[in-house]
Design a protein around this ligand. Structure first.
Ligand SMILES: Cc1cc2nc3c(=O)[nH]c(=O)nc-3n(C[C@H](O)[C@H](O)[C@H](O)COP(=O)(O)OP(=O)(O)OC[C@H]3O[C@@H](n4cnc5c(N)ncnc54)[C@H](O)[C@@H]3O)c2cc1C
Length: 339
């Protein structure tokens, strides 16, 4: 959120400094699966539909723009997403989801098991129905962070300070005027709070701001040789994200575990159980790695735009959909600042 917002500001003619206590992308943004699940993530929430779909549709052009400026391909692919059912009650739920989305004019289809396996041949025989969202897409978050870093470092209006920990916001006469770092003080016309799951821990944030809390997600990376899976598949307990080159990300848990960055036996068991139920052939894939990180969750949804404190703007609390919402958030926050 911080990197994308700095880029959006600089493109509009403002000077921006990115402050990061580690290196940009050290936390949730590089840990994500990169699903641009505008429709699969709606779960009946009509209020989010327009924002989510606009966010997804902004991605293709942004990916091209990043490739042109940096030479880095961020792995944007309109691969489609399927949410699958193994039992009649799951299929009924999917039918309801597809029905209201179609009423809203969103492309989606309820398909039977045979049609689902035509779309994604590696799907389990036990899949009886699926909701297909052909316009949902993916990016590779680690490539995205590399591209963003390259774009930031080349932009004359942007400074990136890695290893700079914000100790607190500077608040003078009811206005945020910048930040105090561990070894420096920085004044700014506008300060953007984009500290992910740590956003509420920074002294000086307005008391009325919804608290941002970490929700741990664990991931397992598989290597499927030869690459067969193509479509993102959501089962009841997790998802499978084929990158198209043999890498398959399997996720994820949703845990309230504070800031314990662990990969647990139960987490990996649940993730692989769900992944193999959907795509049994992944049982032969090699396990390449595991990790976990923290989704920034705010009650009531993402915090985007001006805050109650003058001079302070918010770009945080995006929970499961921060990659999807990164570009649209950056544009909205930059527009709010430069209004
Ligand atoms: C396992 C997992 C899977 C996910 N999958 C998806 C997905 O498929 N699609 C999707 O859209 N989203 C996904 N997400 C969610 C997405 O990753 C997040 O919503 C998004 O990355 C949050 O971005 P952010 O910039 O707010 O937070 P972060 O990426 O966590 O960045 C916050 C940064 O602030 C820095 N920081 C914190 N405190 C300070 C301080 N005091 N001073 C200086 N720097 C500080 C941190 O070091 C960190 O780098 C997933 C998340 C997880 C954990």
């Amino acid at each position: 959120m911080g990197c994308a917002t700095a880029l959006a500001l600089a493109e509009r003619g403002a000077d921006a400094v990115v402050l990061e206590r580690a290196v940009p992308g050290a936390e949730a943004s590089s840990a994500a699966a990169g699903i641009l699940g505008a429709q699969v993530e709606l779960h009946g929430k009509g209020d989010d539909a327009a924002f989510f779909v606009r966010a997804r549709d902004a991605w293709g052009p942004w990916a091209r723009e990043l490739r042109e400026t940096t030479g880095i391909d961020v792995g944007w692919r309109a691969c489609g997403v399927m949410r699958v059912a193994f039992a009649p009650e799951q299929a009924e739920q999917l039918a309801r989801e597809v029905a209201w989305q179609r009423e809203k004019g969103l492309r989606s289809e309820l398909v039977d098991g045979a049609r689902a396996r035509q779309i994604e041949p590696v799907l389990a025989e036990g899949v009886t129905a699926a909701a297909h969202f052909p316009d949902d897409a993916q990016v590779d978050p680690q490539a995205l962070l590399r591209a963003l870093m390259a774009a930031l470092s080349r932009h004359p209006r942007i400074t990136v300070r890695s290893g700079a920990t914000v100790e607190r916001l500077l608040v003078e006469r009811d206005r945020c005027t910048g930040v105090k770092l561990d070894d420096d003080v920085l004044h700014a016309d506008a300060t953007v709070l984009a500290a992910g799951s740590w956003s509420s821990l920074i002294p000086g944030v307005p008391a009325g701001m919804p608290v941002v809390r970490p929700v741990r997600g664990q991931m397992v990376l598989l290597d499927e040789r030869p690459p067969r899976a193509r479509t993102i598949v959501f089962g009841a307990g997790g998802y499978v994200v084929p990158r198209g080159d043999g890498r398959v990300l399997c996720g994820s848990t949703m845990e309230h575990a504070g800031f314990r960055k662990e990969v647990t036996a139960a987490g990996v068991h649940a993730i692989l159980g769900s992944a193999l139920a959907c795509v049994p052939s992944l049982g032969a894939a090699q396990v390449m790695g595991t990790w976990s990180n923290f989704r920034p969750h705010a009650e009531g949804g993402a915090l985007v735009g001006a805050s109650a404190l003058l001079g302070l703007f918010l770009a945080t609390g995006h929970h499961r959909n921060g990659i999807l919402l990164s570009k649209i958030t950056a544009d909205e926050v930059a527009a709010a600042i430069l209004k």
